[in-house]
Every structure is written in C-alpha cells, then in structure tokens.
Write a protein of this length. Sequence first.
Length: 450
Amino acid sequence: MSDAWTERRSKWAQQPDDSRGPYDVDYSRIVHSSSFRRLQGKTQILNLGDSDFYRTRLTHSLEVGQIAGGIVRQLRMSQSAHPGAHFLPDEKLVQAIGFAHDLGHPPFGHGGEVALNYCMRKNGGFEGNGQTLRILSKLESFSEKDGADLCRRTLLGLLKYPAPFSDVKNPRCYPAMDERPTSIRLLDRNKSKPPKCFMDSERDVVDWILTPFSDSDRHSFQAVKSIEGKHSKPTHKSFDCSIMDVADDIAYGVHDLEDAIALGLISERTFRQAITPEKCGPFLYSLMQRYPEKNIDEASAFESFVNGLFGEGGGRKRSIGRLVHYFIVSTRIDTSDGFEDPILSFRAGVPKSDRDFLSALQDLIVAEVITSPNVQHLEFKGQKMVVSVFEAMQSDPRSFLPRDAYKEYVASGEDLRVICDYVAGMTDGYLLKTYDRLFSPRMGSVFDQL
C-alpha cells in the first residue's frame, strides 16, 4: 500500500523511540479522546438510566470494533486466495474505525440528530456521521488545528457517506415546524431528517482524504443516487468502511435484540411471527452441520434457537454468540466494478440470504423497540430539549455559552456551527441538566460546573 495512506494532515511524525505503528497511534487517540468517553452518556436505543444492563453508544461502539476485527481475521483465513485479501485493513485500524464510527451522534440519538438539522437548516445542516468526521479532523485536541490528526486511511474508513450536504439535500425536504399543532411548537420530524452526507464545512478534509485516488475514482466514489421525494444518497463506501458497516449491522441486529428480549420489549410470540424458520434457514442449517451428533432437523434447530433466546440462564447469551459468529463467518469480499484503486473496488458483504435474515432482525428492532411509543416519547422529549437549548444559546451566545466555547464562536466569525458542535457534544444527562438550568424554575445552582 502507498505511504500516502498513513500520512496525517499536520505532517506530524512519531518519535524514534515510539514502537507503535501508525494505526496503533490512531487507535490510542480514539480510545483516549473526550468524544469517545462521552459515548458512555449517550443513548444507543433505550433510554439511559432505565437499566444498567443494556448497551450505550460506548458499549455498542466497543462491540462494533471487536466484530470488525473478527471479520478481518475471518476473511484473512477463509478468503486468503481472494485478490482483495491483500488489501484487508490492519486489525488495529478497523477496530479504531469501529470504536469511532458513532462519535458524532448527538444526545438522544436520531431524535437529537433531527433536532440539530432543523437548528442548522440555514447554515449547512447537521448529520451524525458527518459530525464524526468533523470531530476527528477539526475538533479533538490532539493537534493544533487538525483534530485527532488521524491517518488518511483511518479517516477514509470513517467516511460513511462521501458526498457533501449541498450535493444530496432535496430543497423540498427543507426542515420545518409541524403546521398542525396550534398551541405548541413541534418539529416536522419527516421533513427535518438530514440527508446521509458529510457537512460542507469539511470539504477541505475530504478533498485531502481522496487525494491518492485518480480523478475518475474520486468522481465515481462521490456519486449520489436521486430518490423521488427524498434526499439523494451516496452509493459507495471504501473497503474498510464496508467492514465496519457490516459489523455495525451485526451489533445492531443481534446485540440490540439481546437487550430488547432481556428487558421484555420483544415477546417470544412476536419474535416467532417476525423471524420464521424460512427467514433463518441458512443459519439453522449451520447449526445442524455444527452438531451432527444431535441428529436434529430444521424444525428442531429452530425450536432450540428460540428456546435459547427466551429461556433462562446462559441460553440467551449462547444463542446470541452463535448469531454473531454466524454472520462474521458468512461475510465475504465482494467486488465493485468501475474503480481503479483496490480500496474502493473491494468491499465486505454478506450473501443475500444472510442479509435478508439480518435485515429481518433489524426490522424487528425498529418495529418493536425504536418506533414503539415507549421509546418515541423519550426521543420526542429529547428532541424538543435539544432545539430549546440550541435556540437559547443562539439567542445570546455571550451569556449562555461557556467561556471557551464563546471564544471559539467569536473567533469563527460568529458561526452557528460552533454552537452546534457544543450541543452535539453533550451527553444525554448534560443536555438535560443544561435544559433544567435554563428552563426549570426550581432547578440549577450558580455552583454547577458548566
């Protein structure tokens, strides 16, 4: 691989006595970053504070990194003869990408993302994956002006949607308030959903990341697909990013399922209705092959699988472990035509039958958990608090922003992106505390630390 992929924007070089490789440095910087620590206080799916069992953004990110590393090891073993195997990422690199992939998500999950996109509707919008790039390339403090100053290939792996906001936004999907309520102000949540993109404020970073590619590859890589009545969507990812994306899907579809079952949000009856033996046929066949001495058929394998998920003791954990292992083992190296550089022409994926099974698990989480009133009430409340705090900060930045954030705001020429960065970086608890200080008559103290 070209040395260009380990370059950093600042041109920083390691000391001679530093035994680490370049991606070990990136891994260290992500793990020791303040934005990574704050993930422990951000919602994954279920509201923080309801239980100490289920995943936060931090534990989810740790699992994505671990699964991504497992995929790389598996592909090196099972597809060693594939031309793409030579271009598989370093294990530390792909783990770092997994750890960092959600750094930009604001408080209260996608509700907070929608809220900040509304707040920034006249100033370049907001998107969580784009904010991840912004944090690591500009906001973290490991360098004077280049954020965490990661290697070019690490940032490429985190560029999940390689098109700028201005190229994918649909003017007809302009963020707005809901016109139906008459006595309260509510966001139109559908209109305010952001496009999948990076923000235009990071165009310079993306231009630098893509420098090693030919003009043809850059143009193809940043192509977008138009969707009637919606924002356009980027169509490509790098090899490393595709591995992280598969790992993210596995963690979302399997580990979030574990949380939902353990907390009684998905019943056995609902699971059986949504996940039939036909939908998980290849997985059941793998179980039959793994334990031939038990001489079980598909129906028995399905019953054993479901009983494990909804039984007591360690049965659920073993069933979840089998699912994760199955999806890791079934991941393959695919080829995308039309690219010259192998980092773009190869990507990870799972066969269609396994993708359908994984998608069915994800759809079940969406239907029974994410879109349930239990979760939506809290997301709605968080969304409203995010807008309220942002607009309060915007109304009088000198009075309401912490001193260091206000200095950045002034230095930027009073760019609202600085206020957006400040609010997006809040944990759920810190946003709630700030909201209470600003709007709850009986809450707050001058001795509270801002």
